[in-house]
Design a protein around this ligand. Structure first.
Ligand SMILES: Nc1nc2c(ncn2[C@@H]2O[C@H](COP(=O)(O)OP(=O)(O)OP(=O)(O)O)[C@@H](O)[C@H]2O)c(=O)[nH]1
Ligand SMILES: [Zn+2]
Length: 335
């Protein structure tokens, strides 16, 4: 049977002369069953670089995705030109369900959330011990963001050649946050191995204030980075203050894993954070909230935790630390 027989009203179809090989458009949208799976490495001005079957493919968002964002760490389905050759573009047609979302707002009054990274399971909070001076409130805010997103925090204290780590670590001891201390000189030796161990097999987002040595650290972890960045983002020289968009880099080694470098943050807005999720990062204190008033922020006079801790059920330093990180949700000058 001929599909476009003369006896149908196809006569009404005007075929433009000179358009060889043009076919009438089908109204049925393809279901993209043949879509390939990709992992988003970076997003730069609408260009999405994905890892697809071992090579880099540049893609755009398909219109059917609407306003749904695509961020680094997303697992996506792609169709179109998957050759990865220069000037080719594929289309991202689906974003798979995310295991986690790390969000931030530009500041606390800003209701507009930005998803920074998807699917990470660890947040490395990179802080220099000097130059720039450590900012405990920024660390606390990153901790809250990690707790809220369900990521395991990891403190990475850099520039140990400039100042000792002791005082800062004392502040964080009651929080039981794992940490590593590094300095540039050690980035070939044991400190680096320690970082590697912590990162192996995981998807780790790195955040930190600009200039703390995040890029230096990531470059040490991923020696092929220069090549990788050259391929992913030729514009970026990756010198000082040049990290402009988040970038996922594969960790060498048998366990694999990803490290995601993010642009330096000056602040970490926490408009979106729900205190009832933060308490779950303090499982030892959770039983003490049984008698709290409804929707207790655990940072208010009626909070039942004070009495419970006073009865000896938990270390007061833990409650103090919870309160301290919760208090960082309130904005202060310089955050
Ligand atoms: N003394 C000392 N300097 C370091 C160390 N690590 C990095 N630096 C220096 O600190 C400066 C900033 O390092 P980067 O790695 O570019 O910092 P960054 O955090 O990636 O900065 P952004 O790209 O702005 O986010 C550079 O001049 C580094 O050479 C260290 O362990 N000790
Ligand atoms: Zn409470």
């Amino acid at each position: 049977m001929r599909r476009y027989g003369k006896d149908t009203d196809e006569d009404d179809v005007r075929v433009r002369p000179g358009r060889k090989g043009s076919r009438p458009r089908t109204r049925i949208r393809p279901k993209h069953e043949d879509a390939a799976e990709g992992f988003v490495l970076t997003v730069d001005r609408g260009r999405i670089t994905c890892l697809v079957a071992g090579h880099h493919v540049t893609a755009m968002k398909a219109r059917e995705l609407g306003r749904k964002g695509v961020v680094v760490g997303d697992r996506v389905d792609l169709v179109g030109d998957m050759s990865g050759e220069k000037d080719t573009l594929a289309r991202v047609v689906r974003v798979r369900e995310r295991d986690s979302v790390l969000r931030r707002t530009a500041d606390d009054d800003d209701p507009f959330e930005r998803v920074v990274v998807a699917n990470a399971d660890q947040l490395a909070i990179v802080t220099a011990l000097a130059d720039p001076e450590p900012r405990p409130r920024l660390i606390d805010r990153c901790l809250v963001a990690a707790y809220d997103a369900g990521l395991d925090p990891l403190l990475v204290l850099t520039k140990a050649d400039l100042a000792p780590a002791g005082p800062l670590l004392e502040t964080y001891a009651p929080l039981d946050v794992p940490y590593v201390v590094t300095s540039r000189e050690e980035l070939t030796g044991q400190a680096l191995d320690e970082v590697r161990e912590r990162l192996a097999g995981r998807i780790t987002a790195c955040v930190g204030h600009s200039g703390v040595g995040k890029t230096t650290l990531v470059n040490a972890l991923v020696p092929e980075r220069a090549r990788a960045t050259g391929r992913v983002n030729p514009v970026t020289g990756r010198g000082r203050h040049t990290t402009t968009s988040a970038l996922a880099l594969p960790l060498p080694g048998a366990d694999g894993g990803w490290v995601i470098d993010t642009p330096g943050v000056r602040s970490f807005g926490l408009h979106h954070v729900d205190p009832s999720r933060v308490i779950h990062a303090f499982p030892d204190l959770v039983p003490g909230t049984a008698d709290c008033p409804r929707a207790c922020s655990h940072d208010e006079p009626d909070c039942a935790l004070d009495a419970w801790v006073a009865e000896g059920h938990a270390d007061p330093a833990r409650l103090y630390s919870l309160r301290r990180v919760l208090a960082t949700r309130e904005r202060r000058e310089g955050d």
